[in-house]
Design a protein around this ligand. Structure first.
Ligand code: SF4
Length: 381
């Protein structure tokens, strides 16, 4: 089996090249061809030494992920569904805004945390993604968008590890992927523009601070342990007191001087002013500099939950802002394409199994492509 070069950060690729008898600067050349130029075929890497170019196909490959489906929203959001084999699929979502373009990336096929309001959590855990599978989402999105926009400039300015999966439960694969995102020879993103979102894997937050301190977001969703135990089951292992202390310890290493708390607004569950007051008390008690991002819940059939009314979300935000905690309400994006994390993967899970059967028989995968909804526009001009 040849090595997939998407699995390596620059140090890993340098070690690989050295084993082939080539110096580090060859790894830099190779790395730039792959990540900066999106080239997968070694024969196109014209400034590589000829003997390396000729050797590479027998020992290495640059293997992205097959795209099973694409949905484009009228607001410019694009969701891709990638096949990771064995009937599993993961999603990445591109979210263009006036001043940035963010890619939301998955770290696992499914998720073991099982948050009550999360479509991915409802599907259970299948497996960790490899470093190459995490990076393949960015690699594909960046170079596909450049092709459509007919630009050689970088398109994706921010990455959030906020797709399917709990990234800190897939730590070994996550760290090299983050390093490639940050590497000037890779995607050259600043640490402020790469965010890891965790449901609160406390020990790994400390390790992230040491190994690769990028911006941190924490999925909070409740102001007390009793409610958070129900909404985010990991809370039973790492309760709020420990989580808040871990946030405080993270900040000295972080590229921003605050933690972002994500709070999904669920009608009648966690969205009253009493909850808002309890949230203020929680962050004050622990002295965690923070911003709070209120997320309108994206309903999905099996959840049994409802999105909080707009006025309730506004009143909640006003209460937090009045208490001096900077609070924003996340714009809902991609409403017309099931943009809630994991929804598309859930929708096509059965069809994905069909894809496998067809693939074994050598039939055309295009039969399961999801149609673009009416009125959606292309990203390309
Ligand atoms: S919200 Fe995140 S951590 Fe919770 S189940 Fe969904 S993917 Fe997993």
């Amino acid at each position: 089996m040849t090595a997939n070069l998407l699995d390596f950060d620059l140090e890993g690729l340098a070690a690989f090249c050295e084993r082939l008898g080539h110096q580090r600067f060859r790894a830099v050349q190779l790395f730039r061809w792959i990540h900066q130029r999106g080239v997968a075929r070694f024969e196109e890497m014209t400034d590589l030494a000829r003997d390396l170019r000729e050797r590479l196909p027998s020992v290495a490959r640059v293997q992205g992920l097959p795209v099973l489906a694409e949905q484009a929203s009228a607001d410019g959001t694009i969701k891709w569904l990638f096949d990771v084999g064995d009937g599993n699929a993961v999603e990445a979502v591109y979210i263009p805004e006036d001043d940035r373009a963010t890619l939301c990336v998955s770290s696992q096929a499914g998720c073991a945390v099982g948050c009550r309001f999360c479509s991915t959590g409802h599907q259970g855990f299948s497996r960790h993604l490899t470093t190459g599978e995490i990076l393949a989402q960015l690699w594909y999105a960046e170079h596909e968008l450049r092709r459509r926009l007919q630009t050689r400039e970088r398109v994706i300015s921010n990455v959030v590890m906020m797709g399917m999966g709990e990234p800190l439960q897939n730590y070994a694969a996550l760290i090299p992927a983050l390093r490639v995102m940050l590497d000037d020879h890779g995607y050259g993103l600043s640490r402020r523009r790469v965010t890891v979102s965790t449901s609160g894997v406390v020990p790994m937050m400390q390790r992230l601070a040491q190994d690769c301190p990028v911006a941190l977001a924490v999925s909070l969703h409740a102001p007390d342990d009793a409610l958070r135990d129900r909404l985010v089951p990991l809370n039973r292992k790492y309760p709020l007191h420990e989580l808040m202390q871990a946030c405080r310890r993270y900040l000295p290493a972080a590229p921003r001087d605050f933690v972002t708390f994500e709070y999904c607004m669920l009608d009648g569950i966690n969205d009253t002013l009493t909850h808002a007051d309890a949230l203020v008390a929680l962050v004050r008690e622990h002295g965690v500099p923070c911003k709070i991002n209120l997320i309108p819940f994206n309903p999905f059939p099996a959840s049994g939950l409802r999105r909080s009314p707009r006025l309730a979300v506004k009143a909640f935000a006003d209460r937090l802002n009045a208490a001096g905690i900077v609070t924003t309400i996340r714009k809902t994006r991609g409403d017309d394409i099931d943009a809630a994390c994991g929804q598309l993967a859930g929708d096509v899970q059965d069809r994905t199994r069909v894809v496998q059967r067809l693939a074994r028989r050598g039939e055309d995968l295009a039969v399961v492509r999801v149609q673009r909804p009416q009125g959606a526009r292309e990203v390309a001009p």
